[in-house]
Design a protein around this ligand. Structure first.
Ligand SMILES: [Zn+2]
Length: 207
């Protein structure tokens, strides 16, 4: 229970950053800078904690495991042997990560591209130098791009065929999903992805 609690606690900065980016509660400039600062700082705290519990937690369900069924995953921050609690969760994890791994450039372009284009887009729109485009348009662009990237990961990847668990390479740091379990992230992708897609489309229609 301790690992799960700490994991959830350390996962909270992720929705916090998304809230700062998409709601700009402290004004656009200050909110974006704060969000980026939290993102950068988070890595240095969350990754060591996730790695320290990697052997005793299931990377799929986030639960405790006494078994040793390593699943080796390479991500931008390094290569880690994560663990699972049994054969079923092993297969789901390998299926999901394998699906993403085979499309990692596309996923990197979707999620990384969303962040990298949103920040200057929002900043410049708020400064009034993008003509009719405002901060709300930048948010709709961000939500739409993230949504069409994560919805297939949430709905299609877990049910895809599980291939051999070797050569798994993720375009985003795996420790974030390890904090709460990949299953929770899959459900967040399904739910938040759907809401964000609707919000982005509604914004376009309203405009
Ligand atoms: Zn499990």
């Amino acid at each position: 229970m301790g690992d799960r609690f700490v994991g959830i606690l350390l996962f909270l900065p992720v929705p916090l950053v998304l809230w700062l980016f998409t709601r700009a509660p402290f004004g656009v400039g200050r909110s974006l800078v704060t969000g980026v600062a939290v993102m950068v700082a988070h890595r240095f705290v969350a990754r060591p904690v996730a790695l320290s519990s990697a052997a005793r937690r299931c990377m799929w369900c986030g639960g405790r495991t006494d078994r040793t069924m390593p699943v080796r995953v390479a991500d931008p921050a390094g290569t880690v042997d994560w663990n699972v609690c049994g054969a079923t969760h092993h297969d789901r994890l390998v299926a999901t990560l394998g699906w993403v791994s085979r499309r990692r450039r596309l996923v990197a372009a979707g999620i990384g591209g969303a962040v990298l284009t949103f920040l200057p887009f929002a900043w410049l729109a708020e400064a009034g130098v993008l003509g009719p485009l405002g901060y709300g348009d930048a948010v709709a662009w961000f939500k739409g791009l993230v949504a069409i990237t994560v919805l297939p990961i949430g709905w299609i990847a877990p049910g895809s065929s599980s291939r051999e668990p070797s050569g798994l390479r993720l375009p985003f740091p795996a420790h974030i999903q390890a904090l709460v379990g990949t299953l929770v992230v899959v459900w967040l992708f399904r739910f938040v992805g759907a809401v964000w897609l609707v919000e982005a489309l509604a914004h376009v229609v309203r405009r």
